[in-house]
Design a protein. Structure first.
Length: 221
């Protein structure tokens, strides 16, 4: 079977794959940035003393973590246009959905990171007259981020892999680009194999970086 592969189609397909890879990378970076920002606020809300705020944040996180990502993507893509009366497009739908969904997972990571900071640090902030939010922003979060960097990056690798799910709504990610190229050149097997190699190479490289970072942070501690 391998002898029947026509690798000559890989070169002309590179523009398609590059466009798809750029979208997958942009989706990952935007969802990671937005997810960490929103997730941090959710984590702080869950650990705060305001019961209504804690209840809302907990409900959001538990809801998102209980629904498959693919279902959330399809719901948002199909239902939101019916509510607002106009389509928003596959790309924008993917950006919003991934950011909202990943925020729940980053929230749990940040909550663990915040709780890993010694309570004495929090009490010291209060002793200096800081409010809860000031203590979190100036004392706790910088330490929590340092502790959680490897886990945050690991979740980002998973996020990059999950971007292939936007194929279901027609967004032009790496997998969709491979599908288009495969149909154009009538060589789908080669395109899917090549896209799999790209996913593996990028994720393996990033995983190796995370492992080295974990060792480095362990030495610092």
């Amino acid at each position: 079977m391998l002898g029947q592969l026509d690798l000559s189609v890989l070169k002309p397909s590179l523009p398609f794959l590059w466009t798809g890879l750029k979208f997958s990378a942009n989706l990952t970076l935007i969802a990671m940035s937005g997810g960490i920002a929103i997730g941090t606020l959710l984590a702080m809300a869950r650990l705060g003393k305001s019961r209504p705020l804690t209840a809302v944040a907990s409900a959001y996180v538990n809801l998102m973590r209980s629904i498959p990502l693919l279902m959330v993507i399809l719901w948002f893509f199909l239902v939101i246009p019916l509510i607002i009366g106009k389509p928003i497009g596959a790309e924008y739908s993917a950006l919003i959905t991934f950011t909202a969904f990943e925020a729940a997972y980053y929230s749990e990571i940040m909550r663990a990171g915040i709780q890993s900071v010694a309570k004495g640090q929090v009490m010291a902030g209060y002793a200096l007259g800081m409010t809860y939010w000031q203590t979190m922003a100036l004392v706790v979060l910088p330490q929590a981020f340092r502790n959680m960097i490897p886990v945050l990056l690991t979740q980002t690798i998973i996020l990059f892999q999950d971007t292939s799910l936007v194929y279901a709504i027609g967004a032009k990610d790496l997998l969709k680009a491979a599908d288009i190229a495969g149909k154009n050149y009538n060589r789908p097997v080669e395109m899917y194999l090549f896209s799999a190699v790209i996913y593996f190479a990028l994720c393996y490289t990033l995983s190796s970086i995370v492992k080295r970072l974990q060792i480095k942070l362990a030495v610092v501690r």
